[in-house]
Design a protein around this ligand. Structure first.
Ligand SMILES: Cc1cc2nc3c(=O)[nH]c(=O)nc-3n(C[C@H](O)[C@H](O)[C@H](O)COP(=O)(O)O)c2cc1C
Length: 316
């Protein structure tokens, strides 16, 4: 399980992946500067924030910002959500010009505006439609197509084994599994047994996801599920060190500050200072949420247009 070994840890189709920890796609969080920083600090694969296939033809809703990347982020997948096979195909064909390494199909988003119209986890209600989407994409697009799923709609429709088998039969190159149902949303723990069951039957790489927050839990996810890689979402916020298996609580304050500073500078360069000061808030709050900054009054820092200067001032 060593990210620096010369042998790939696994492959997404023909793409070698070095390393076994992956930053989860997160809408509103995984912008280009954030993804690049995490990739540099050990995340082995890059996923964009999800992209509505219907936005692609007219390049609506910040599409250009969402798919902006730098070469070191590779291997990089554009994540798509939608409900109609033809719309997936149209979007994927158009996006080929932007040269992703693979496309990932979102079958896990439980947000009502997505799942409620039959996209994201809503598609789990129609496994045959999922199969059709993959058949069509595989026939027309030469890049690997992967999927990220939840384990069913609710406790009565736990169809993860059926969906995983259909995905593999229809050409999926890898599968990330978030062990919750659509209706569980964020309640109940992620069910890692389902990941183990999928992995035991699968011939493609399986990426385990859900509730991993520490190095100990990374190891636990590997040993309990046998998965090929672990994907980390919420706990990654403010903690890129997880991707090199370092516990943030062991780090000196200066080391944390150096990464905060770098992240801020990259965000400021990408968005401009004013917008960055707003967008960076959630990251900064998470960076500072650790014993090394205990007692710090961080509200004025978060509200500052120059958060880094404000932080340095507060620490004097
Ligand atoms: C703010 C936020 C945005 C998310 N956006 C996406 C997304 O765009 N695509 C996706 O597949 N999953 C998305 N997710 C789900 C995560 O990728 C991941 O599956 C989930 O957070 C469970 O992993 P965790 O327990 O490590 O956070 C999002 C989660 C959060 C918290």
């Amino acid at each position: 399980m060593n990210g620096s070994s010369l042998q790939p840890t696994f492959q997404i189709g023909s793409i070698p992946v070095y390393g076994d920890l992956i930053l989860a796609p997160m809408d509103g969080i995984c912008d280009q500067p954030t993804r690049a920083l995490f990739r540099e600090m050990g995340s082995a694969v890059t996923y964009t924030e999800f992209i509505n296939v219907m936005d692609v033809p007219a390049r609506l809703n910040n599409l250009d910002r969402r798919i902006t990347y730098i070469p070191m982020e590779r291997p990089l997948g554009f994540q798509l959500y939608g409900s109609q096979p033809e719309q997936f195909l149209t979007a994927a064909k158009l996006l080929l010009a932007d040269q992703p390494d693979f496309f990932d199909i979102n079958l896990g988003c439980s947000v009502r505006r997505v799942a409620g119209r039959g996209a994201g986890a809503g598609l789990l209600a129609e496994p045959q439609l999922i199969a059709e989407i993959f058949r069509l994409l595989k026939a027309e697009i030469e890049l690997p197509i992967t999927a990220k799923i939840r384990i069913g709609l609710d406790e009565d429709t736990l169809n993860y084994l059926e969906v995983a088998a259909l995905l593999e039969e229809n050409g999926a190159a890898a599968l990330a599994v978030h062990g919750r149902t659509r209706s569980q949303n964020w309640t109940s723990p992620s069910n890692w047994c389902t990941i183990r069951e999928i992995k035991a039957r699968a011939g493609i790489p399986i990426i385990g996801n859900g509730d991993v927050t520490s190095v100990v839990e990374i190891d636990k996810m590997f040993s309990e599920t046998g998965c090929d890689a672990v994907m980390i979402g919420r706990a990654a916020l403010g903690n890129p060190w997880l991707f090199s298996r370092q516990e943030k609580s062991d780090l000196p304050r200066e080391e944390i500050l150096a990464v905060v500073s770098r992240h801020w500078q990259d965000m400021a360069a990408f968005y401009g200072t004013e917008k960055a000061s707003f967008t960076f808030r959630k990251h900064l709050k998470a960076y500072l949420d650790c014993p090394q900054f205990e007692g710090l009054n961080y509200k004025p820092i978060l509200n500052s247009l120059q958060p880094l200067e404000a932080l340095r001032e507060a620490l004097k």
